[in-house]
Design a protein around this ligand. Structure first.
Ligand code: COA
Length: 309
């Protein structure tokens, strides 16, 4: 069994900070940031927190799923992934349930950092396999600007705010999931409650370059699929250099690896659902498409999942 997308939505704050804006207080340049990361700008949320942004994205995803007659009462579960929740109790997912009227869903929040969306998706599919649910709403929502240390030029340049949501339903097609964690390397990217994010950029970079190709190969093995049979590889949007290195290492066709990092920066658990929503709204997701998602980030955590449309 695997998951099939039936609705997508996203929310991006109107305020945009391009790289030039950051040079107002950081010793950096547009050229340096673009060359090392591929990032040109990021959205910044001054008004909505993770809960408010999640709700906006969720409403759009439900509206999209509603075109096929899907209703909020049909949702079996709601999962919200965030490392920047603005409320801890009740779970943001329960707030979303209340606002949507998804009375039959069970709901909770997940923190698996930038791997959150992939982990939540894989978890939702295993609930589908167990017969517990048929359909789930999975949301990634992040106000990273709140925890970024804006005086640290080595990390602040990377991150942005936003939310993405995907409604996924069970499909009989064969699926597979891969998820890994390495808590012993957690100091590479960390943030205490109320504190600011700190990162060993080179360590995270090396980790991603090794683990992302590895986890995609592992998933392909489990699926018994060749790379050429996959229509799209959806990679967590962390850094263009990481994405390019993965393309090269796996010998992928870069046309099959869409990116939006230039406009978004790294939005952690929101990056994949925002990308999926952009592709959907641009008419680039065709029925029957086979897609592999790969996420990686703090924890350290990394994983891959198979999704169709
Ligand atoms: N502008 C200008 N110079 C900068 C800078 C910036 N924003 N940030 C760092 N530098 C400087 C450093 O101070 C250093 O200067 P020095 O040689 O005089 O000491 C030099 O650039 C090289 O720094 P380094 O940290 O080695 O750069 P890098 O090539 O590793 O690039 C990252 C830094 C953060 C872009 C890169 O390590 C990276 O992308 N890592 C992965 C991070 C990531 O994706 N995290 C999220 C995962 S989910």
């Amino acid at each position: 069994m695997t998951g099939k997308i039936i609705g997508t939505g996203s929310y991006l704050p109107e305020l945009i900070w391009d790289n030039h804006k950051l040079t107002e207080w950081l010793d950096t340049s547009d050229e340096w940031i673009r060359e090392r990361t591929g990032i040109g700008q990021r959205h910044i949320s001054k008004e909505l927190g993770a809960c408010g942004m999640a709700l906006e994205a969720a409403k759009k995803a439900m509206e999209d799923a509603g075109k096929a007659g899907f209703k909020a009462e049909d949702l079996g579960a709601i999962f919200v992934c965030s490392v920047t929740p603005d409320i801890c109790v009740p779970p943001i997912a329960c707030e979303i349930q209340k606002e949507l009227g998804a009375v039959n869903a069970f709901c909770y929040d997940i923190n698996a950092a930038c791997s959150g969306f992939v982990f939540a998706y894989n978890m939702a599919v295993s609930y589908m396999e167990s017969g517990l649910i048929k359909t789930a709403l999975i949301i990634g929502s992040e106000q990273l600007s709140r925890i970024v240390d804006w005086n640290d030029r080595g990390s602040s340049i990377l991150f942005g705010d936003g939310a993405g949501a995907v409604v996924v339903t069970a499909s009989e097609e064969k699926g597979a999931a891969v998820m890994h964690s390495d808590g012993a390397s957690g100091e590479a990217l960390q943030c205490t409650t109320g504190g600011k994010l700190s990162m060993d950029g080179q360590k995270v970079f090396r980790f991603a370059l090794r683990r992302v190709p590895e986890v995609i190969e592992e998933l392909l093995d489990k699926l018994k699929m060749e790379k050429g049979q996959v229509d799209l590889f959806l990679l967590h949007q962390a850094n263009m250099r990481i994405i390019e290195a993965v393309i090269k290492r796996l010998g992928l066709d870069s046309n099959k690896v869409p990116t939006n990092i230039e406009r978004m920066g790294n939005t952690s658990s929101a990056s994949l659902p925002i990308l999926i929503d952009e592709l959907n709204r641009a008419g680039e997701l065709m029925p029957g498409m086979k897609m592999i998602m790969a996420g990686f980030g703090a924890g350290l955590t990394w994983g891959a999942g198979y999704i169709t449309i």
